[in-house]
Design a protein around this ligand. Structure first.
Ligand code: GLU
Length: 477
């Protein structure tokens, strides 16, 4: 193994190394490589909020990795482990993620060191509004400059507070709702944003299984139907990915790993039932399936597809040589360390990398931002017109069938689904599917057509960096 991979690197060093591996295979103008690699700025804020009779001081970050396109985009994470190294690594990943899926944004990320479960809703609202105030004041939340979104520990609720805080501070900004994405639909959000990252993981796997040469590289065969899948983390991303893959593609979820242990069932777990159990009981323990106290050991379970959908660094030098899954899809950001990545590659594993695999979230954020700026819901103008044109065809077919005496009848199911014009959710899913397919094809072509590119991650970085470099060149840099 590469000498500097024998020891574990930090998250940011891992991302830099993956970047370096890709640029070594590219021809960039002198100096541009460094310009793209570095993180442009990181703002650290410490602020106090009076809670339970005392002032509590919180530390937060907003890091801007690359402004080759603006606004810059990326989530805000609430977790105790948030630190500058992590936020900068995540901001860099956002740059490459947006580039790969052609979302016209630079990369950014934010974080607040907090355990959100330690506060009630009112307290969280005050903390969030205060954090947002600090960021808005410095244009680190702004529809044209920096547009946050949900990430680990945050969701629609926090985004609605942030949007409202921005609107209070910018009372005449007609585009205020576009200052943040991932808002609830009743507060300027878009249908399909909550499921988007998990949906994107499903579309990514569907696209992978449309490529026989990719399937062969992983040593798998056939389709997604019947594949055994292990999921780590039943949060927003893991839950939706597992639910769609089992409910719509015929996959069997044979293990679910959570904070307090893992559940294993070779016949396939009922994702919705497990999800409801966790909601009610705070963990997986006690659910009617085999319980494994050392949850992480289930990552090493015999399965076809492994989906780490929780934290970074969970597949590392300590367990990489025991991972059995031939195909790993990184639903989380950075779940595989650079050292583990090299080991897994040596063992012939195929890894669908994070910057592609979890790009569904920011893709639908892009649709939400466009919707906010255009001030109209997708499909509002066309839906009924589309329906009436379809009705014309159905009427004509029925008339022809009757007049000619053939006597065909269109089944009610066909009529129902054919006649229905696409609403916002259908359009969002179709846009997401198209994005995931195109981005996969771009990295697949690099992976399969170049002898010096042996993995999808390097291919993804090459595609992404190429586009960032083009943007810088076009700017005259
Ligand atoms: N936090 C998500 C991510 O890491 C979504 C970012 C966004 O929608 O801007 O990709």
């Amino acid at each position: 193994m590469d000498g500097n991979l024998a020891k574990e690197l930090s998250f940011r060093e891992s991302v830099n190394l993956m970047f370096d591996r890709a640029v070594a295979l590219m021809e960039l103008p002198p100096g541009l490589e460094d310009k793209i690699r570095v993180c442009n700025s990181t703002y650290t804020v410490r602020f106090g909020v009076k809670l339970r009779g005392e002032i509590k001081t919180f530390t937060g970050y907003r890091s801007v990795h690359s402004e080759h396109k603006e606004p810059v985009k990326g989530g805000i994470r609430y977790a105790l482990g948030v630190n500058q190294d992590e936020v900068e690594a995540l901001a860099a990943l956002m740059t490459f993620k947006c580039s790969l899926v052609e979302a016209p944004f630079g990369g950014s990320k934010g974080g607040l060191c907090i355990d959100p479960r330690a506060y009630d809703e009112d307290e969280l609202e005050r903390i969030t509004r205060r954090f947002a105030y600090e960021l808005v004041k410095r244009d680190l939340i702004d529809p044209a400059q920096n547009v946050p979104a949900p990430d680990m520990g945050t969701g629609e609720r926090e985004m609605a507070w942030i949007a409202d805080q921005y609107a209070r501070m910018n009372t005449t900004d007609i585009n205020a709702p576009a200052c943040v994405t991932g808002k609830p639909p009743h507060a300027g959000g878009i249908r399909g944003r909550v499921e988007a990252t998990g949906r994107g993981v499903q579309y990514a796997l569907q696209e992978f299984f449309r490529h026989p040469d990719a399937i062969a590289m992983s040593g798998l065969n056939g389709t997604l139907d019947g594949k055994k899948v292990v999921v780590q983390g039943l949060g927003n991303v893991g839950y939706h990915a597992a639910k769609f893959l089992s409910g719509e593609d015929g996959c069997k979820i044979t293990a679910i790993i959570e904070r307090d242990g893992a559940l294993v069932d070779e016949a396939g777990l009922d994702v919705e039932a497990v999800f409801q159990w966790i909601k009610a009981n705070g963990g997986v323990k006690g659910y009617d399936a085999t319980y494994v106290a050392n949850g992480a050991s289930a990552l090493e379970h015999d399965c076809d597809i492994l989906i780490p959908a929780a934290l970074e660094g969970v597949i590392n030098l300590s367990n990489a040589d025991r991972i059995k899954a031939p195909l790993i899809i990184e639903a989380a950001n950075g779940p595989i360390t650079a050292g583990a990545d090299a080991l897994l590659q040596q063992r012939g594993k195929v890894i669908i990398p994070d910057l592609y695999a979890n790009a569904g979230g920011v893709t639908v954020s892009y649709f939400e931002w466009v919707k906010n700026l255009s001030h109209i819901r997708f499909g509002r103008m066309q839906r009924r017109q589309e329906e009436s044109r379809h009705q014309l065809i159905v009427n004509e077919l029925e008339r022809l069938s009757q007049d000619s005496g053939i006597g065909w009848t269109l089944s009610p199911d066909f009529k129902e689904s054919y006649l229905r014009g696409a609403g916002e959710l259908e359009l969002v899913r179709s846009g997401l599917d198209d994005t995931m397919r195109s981005a996969y094809q771009a990295m697949h072509n690099v992976w399969r057509s170049r002898d010096d590119v042996t993995d999808l991650r390097t291919a993804a970085y090459i595609v992404a960096i190429e586009r960032v470099a083009e943007a810088y060149k076009a700017k005259g840099l």
